[in-house]
Write a protein that binds this ligand. Structure first.
Ligand code: PMV
Length: 324
């Protein structure tokens, strides 16, 4: 049997992180420049049921049964076996590689899960539809942090800009966005790893100690997201910069920015970006800056001079090339 591979892009949250955990909407877009890849190969000489997992980037080389409980790679595999009803798969090797920085707000965990779920279910002869892929990846996301909103697995699965909202108990609203006027974003990594779980727990503590203030902050973000959605769908890109700046101020007030993120934001704006904000969990990870295409280079140089460890230039458009 030939090897089966699948890949999934990274993502950035353009507007609405953290508030989205509390039922407000958010907008996220795929980042095709970085991706996770899973390759499944049959191992005809090994005993049936043997699943070997290799993730050289993070030093994992183990049989499925030897991975600790709660390991996200093992959990993704188990989710697929349960969903496809295959109790004893043919012996196989699953190799995972990724160019998405880990713990940087770029959705690496969700992309790895989606790539595994697609490649393995296809290998087993039972490819799963997108909705199911996203739902299984959501289950794995719960291991990364207990209360994921579901936005990461959605945008990474559908590979399109999405407007997302999950109101407790209900099916999430996931709407793909039209982007009549594509726009350019520079993504700058602070180089400071920041697990989403820690940032999410910090916001939770703040919300518990002062719910009125945090609910007001989340409502303010919801309004920013509504305005951003209208601007994106109307092709009014020039309105997005100020909305990004306003969203960053709200995230600062939630306590998830940092000195490094704030300096990168200042440097980007000073070099001509029309707006900048942290993206994802915050406290480290990535900053995003909105630029006119001709300002991408000066803004990138300024971000580098201000300490950015890695830069990715991406264009947000209505369609992404197929990544499978
Ligand atoms: O840090 P990331 O890319 O996993 O983004 C997390 C986004 C949050 O809103 C902070 C959490 C969530 O589950 O939506």
């Amino acid at each position: 049997m030939p090897a089966i591979s699948a890949s999934a892009p990274g993502k950035i949250i353009l507007f609405g992180e953290h508030a989205v955990v509390y039922g407000r909407p958010a907008i996220a877009v795929p980042v095709a420049q970085v991706r996770a890849k899973a390759i499944v190969t049959a191992e005809p000489r090994a005993a049936p049921g043997n699943v070997r997992i290799q993730a050289p980037d993070i030093g994992v080389e183990a049989d499925l049964g030897d991975l600790p409980a709660g390991d996200p790679l093992g959990e993704a595999v188990r989710q697929v076996l349960a969903a496809t009803g295959v109790a004893r798969p043919p012996a196989l090797r699953l190799r995972i590689t990724s160019t998405i920085p880990v713990a940087a707000g770029l959705g690496s965990g969700a992309a790895v899960s989606v790539a595994i779920i697609r490649a393995l279910s296809t290998f087993l002869g039972k490819p799963l539809p997108d909705k199911r892929v996203s739902a299984l990846a959501f289950e794995v996301e719960k291991l990364h942090h207990g209360t994921p909103s579901g936005i990461d697995n959605s945008v990474v699965t559908y590979k399109l800009p999405v407007y997302f909202q999950r109101v407790a108990g209900d099916e999430p609203v996931i709407e793909t966005l039209q982007v009549p006027a594509p726009f350019t974003v520079v993504i700058a990594d602070t180089g400071i790893p920041s697990p989403t779980a820690v940032a999410v727990a910090g916001v939770r503590r703040g919300w518990q100690s002062d719910p009125v203030r945090f609910e007001r902050l989340f409502d303010g973000v919801a309004e920013i997201v509504a305005n951003a959605r209208r601007a994106i769908e109307d092709g009014r890109v020039e309105a997005l910069g100020a909305l990004m700046d306003a969203n960053h101020v709200a995230l600062q007030a939630m306590g998830v920015s940092s000195g490094e993120l704030d300096s990168l934001a200042e440097a980007a704006r000073a070099a001509g970006a029309s707006g900048a904000k942290l993206s994802g969990g915050g406290r480290g990870g990535n900053l995003i800056a909105l630029v006119a295409p001709e300002d991408a280079r000066p803004v990138s140089l300024a971000l580098e001079a201000a300490g950015a460890k890695q830069l990715i230039l991406t264009t947000v458009a209505g369609h992404q090339p197929d990544s499978r």
